[in-house]
Design a protein around this ligand. Structure first.
Ligand code: NDP
Length: 238
């Protein structure tokens, strides 16, 4: 696999936040980058196919279109995610199911569809965007932390299934990254996080994108089933 350039890369949810920064990095390296996205605008050079990670048929149709234009997907980044924070006793079934369906089952559906082409190619890179909260926990985040912890099981099982076929599956666990998702948190909670981050700052979207790009590179061929924290030390000791 070329370390840089000309690979068919798919990042879900590249219209904003972390996904956008990841897509921009791959574009800058010369890769052919596509996204499955629901709304908004995309960075220059990204092929956008409208779809929803909660819907298998829409993922399948999007992959078919992306494969026709860019060739089989060699690098897939399952980034699309949502929060529906609520205290345990008040959390509705719908809040729980929506988050699990998007963050966990969505990543499963995308990885499953990508694996078909990767097995044929005998190479591939699967990167799942989890969270420090997967291991650290978070008040009001029973649904979100469960969805993000589940991604570790997915990556490790894929590693055992497909590790012998030149395919790696890894998890990136961002800490507190400055995006719309974290700007929505109450100021008090933001300050509490800041006080707990050894780096003394919130992360930038490109801090996460850099780790994803590395895990997708040739240099990372022997790294699989790993959980790579990008959190300024917030979750140290997991
Ligand atoms: P944003 O809320 O800024 O972006 C989320 C992205 O996911 C958007 O592009 C959104 O699309 C997309 N998305 C959500 N649901 C679906 C769906 N059903 N189908 C397709 N796309 C969907 O979040 P971030 O950029 O901050 O987060 C990106 C990832 O990183 C998420 O998985 C998040 O959990 C994780 N993360 C973020 C952290 C942070 O501090 N920001 C920390 C740890 C992890 P749309 O614009 O249409 O809603």
């Amino acid at each position: 696999m070329d370390e840089q350039g000309a690979r068919s890369v798919l990042v879900t949810g590249a219209n904003r936040g972390i996904g956008r920064a990841i897509a921009e990095r791959f574009v800058a390296a010369g890769d052919k980058v596509a996204t499955i996205y629901r709304s908004g605008d995309l960075p220059d050079g990204v092929l956008g196919v409208v779809g929803d990670v909660r819907d298998t048929a829409s993922i399948d149709a999007a992959f078919t279109q992306i494969e026709a234009e860019h060739g089989p997907v060699e690098v897939v980044v399952a980034n699309a995610g949502v929060t529906r924070d609520q205290l345990l006793m008040r959390m509705s079934d719908e809040d729980f199911d929506t988050v699990l369906d998007t963050n966990l089952a969505g990543a499963f559906r995308v990885a499953r569809r990508a694996s078909k082409g990767m097995i044929r190619l005998r190479r591939g890179r699967i990167v799942l965007i989890s969270s420090v909260v997967a291991m650290y926990g978070g008040p009001g985040q029973v649904n979100y932390s469960a969805s993000k912890a589940g991604l570790i099981g997915i990556a490790r099982s894929i590693t055992r299934e497909l590790g012998g076929r030149g395919i790696t599956a890894n998890v990136v666990a961002p800490g507190f990254i400055d995006t719309a998702m974290t700007q929505a948190l109450p100021e008090k909670q933001q300050q509490a996080y800041l006080a707990a981050i050894p780096a003394g700052r919130f992360g930038a979207v490109d801090d996460v994108a850099a780790a994803v790009q590395f895990l997708a590179s040739d240099a990372a061929a022997y790294i699989s089933g790993a959980v790579v924290p990008v959190d300024g030390g917030l979750g140290m000791g997991h």
